[in-house]
Design a protein around this ligand. Structure first.
Ligand code: SIN
Ligand code: FE2
Length: 215
């Protein structure tokens, strides 16, 4: 038997605990990649990708879209929004496939009955990154964050509760899901600059989808 046989094969799903309350479910949505991408595209048709300006005045390298609730950034900080300010309509609902998969992922990570109300989507182009930050604008820290990776691989930085704490570097691939909650809910995290490449479904991008209980 030679290892060559397995070079192009998808590794079986496996689970990696990275901290108390934080788990990577490698390959968890690998089989649903095309369906998830279609769900992302249906949301983006209504909420086009946009590069937001941070409260500090920087333009993010990551482009964002969302559903469930919306997201806004201005010089007062970040906040969730319930309606599209352009037309007063609610934001598009979270696609059913996402609701189902993330409830199952949260359950497997030890967080039963996770019902998110907001979904933020990030599109990373080659070179895009996300600096270390905490997700702390949600009203309910009792619920975890469930984060789905599609497309180009990335290195996820997963730090501690203080910005200066050392951060682990965790490789994430298409189809991986990270869940962090409980004692890990407020850990700092980020994404190192995306390396050049092209993914068979997603092209020269990484798409990350995070599900949250925001309001
Ligand atoms: C985030 O922190 O909101 C996104 C993380 C990621 O892109 O994996
Ligand atoms: Fe985050």
């Amino acid at each position: 038997m030679t290892l060559d046989l397995f070079e192009d094969a998808t590794p079986p799903p496996w689970r990696e605990t990275i901290a108390p309350g934080a788990v990577v479910l490698h390959g968890f949505v690998h089989e649903q990649g095309a369906e998830l991408l279609a769900a992302v595209q249906s949301v983006v048709a209504e909420v086009p990708w946009r590069h937001m300006t941070t409260p500090g005045g920087y333009t993010m390298s990551v482009a964002m879209s969302w559903c469930g609730h919306g997201w806004n950034s201005d010089n007062h900080g970040y906040r969730y929004t319930q309606r599209n300010p352009r037309n007063g309509h609610p934001w598009p609902p979270i696609p059913a496939i996402l609701m189902a998969l993330v409830e199952e992922a949260a359950q497997q990570a030890g967080f039963a009955r996770f019902v998110p109300d907001a979904c933020l989507m990030n599109r990373y182009d080659v070179g895009s990154k996300l600096s270390l930050h905490q997700d702390k604008d949600e009203h309910d820290f009792g619920a975890p964050i469930v984060s789905v990776s599609l497309g180009l691989p990335a290195v996820f930085q997963f730090g501690g509760l203080q910005r200066g704490d050392p951060a682990q570097r965790i490789p994430l691939a298409h189809g991986d899901v990270v869940v962090w909650g409980g004692p890990a809910r407020l850990r700092f995290h980020g994404i190192l600059p995306i390396k050049a490449g092209s993914h068979s479904l997603v092209g020269p991008h990484r798409i990350n989808i995070t599900l949250r209980k925001a309001l």
